[in-house]
Ligand binder design. Sequence first.
Ligand code: AHM
Ligand code: MG
Length: 345
Amino acid sequence: MNKKSVQELAVLIGTTLDRFIHQEQSAFPYATGELSHLLRDIALAGKIINREVNRAGLVDLSGAMGHANVQGESQQKLDVIANIRFLRALQRGGEVCAIISEEDEGIIYTNNDNGKYVVAIDPLDGSSNIDVNVSIGTIFSIYRRVTPIGTQASMSDFMQGGRKQVAAGYILYGSSTMLVYSTGSGVNAFTYEYSLGEYILSHRNLRCPEDGSIYSINDGYFDEYDDYIRSYVLKCRKKGLTARYIGSLVGDFHRNSLKGGVYLYPATKKSPSGKLRLLYECYPLAFLAEQLGAVATDGQQAILDIVPQHYHQRTPFIVGSPAMVGDILEEKGPLTPPPGSCTDF
Ligand code: AHM
Ligand code: MG
């Protein structure tokens, strides 16, 4: 590393999130600052969730509430709290006209039709880990609306497709709390410094290693997977690769992005579309993946190229180091041609 880049690094690492967002914004002379405000709102809500997550063992916050969310899964109290906090932060901020959340069936309007942005969010992912003090995360995805400002937002604002995201990211509540996001020009990670109450730039311009030795998949469903997934897993075992699966997508994605690895939540016999949700789990992580130099696919096409059909749709999800994802696709063989296409030449 030359002298100049060491100096540059010294200036940037340790920058507060607020200052960083401001610096990023000033690179775009016509930026109005609304996206910056929105990112700050998300960061602030993340601090509040972080506080709740850290108190979860002390007060009676954790534990199933006894009713189900729209996907019919048991909803934990902290999921509910995180949802409320994020919706409130986004409603008060004024930049967002509508939200979709894993925890709510339809569009949530913010009573601000002048907001330029819509947000798709999973307020607290990794719900099975909430009660047991294991990493969990928030995942978010931001679009500029396509409906006219001043009118009510509609489904079309959320159905633009993954490539139209203007920003995406996650907050990992792990052994430390981290906000990782991208506005389309690299991925930066900010670690929350408790005593200062600030997110501090800790990882500048993150890149995912080209290859890795970690594979993350729920082995319990082995018999349920397609042949090519099973034979890939068998090859991983044979090669002595490391199996690591937290069951918290954000945590598994974060570790694999830093160390090199692949995460798989494929189709199963019972769930042919997999489990994970396209709009607020897979799109945002696929957006980050492309920025990290990683690859995200459903086994057929890039996740960002999937045309969305509805808010809560699911998709098989394979994401990680390009060489490892390449091996999986090779295992699969030639892609299935789209219905109706002729292959008999
Ligand atoms: P959730 O949205 O209910 O939290 O489910 C998503 C989570 C992911 O974080 C995780 O990778 C996966 O579900 C684990 O599922 P499973 O227990 O089926 O392996
Ligand atoms: Mg989720």
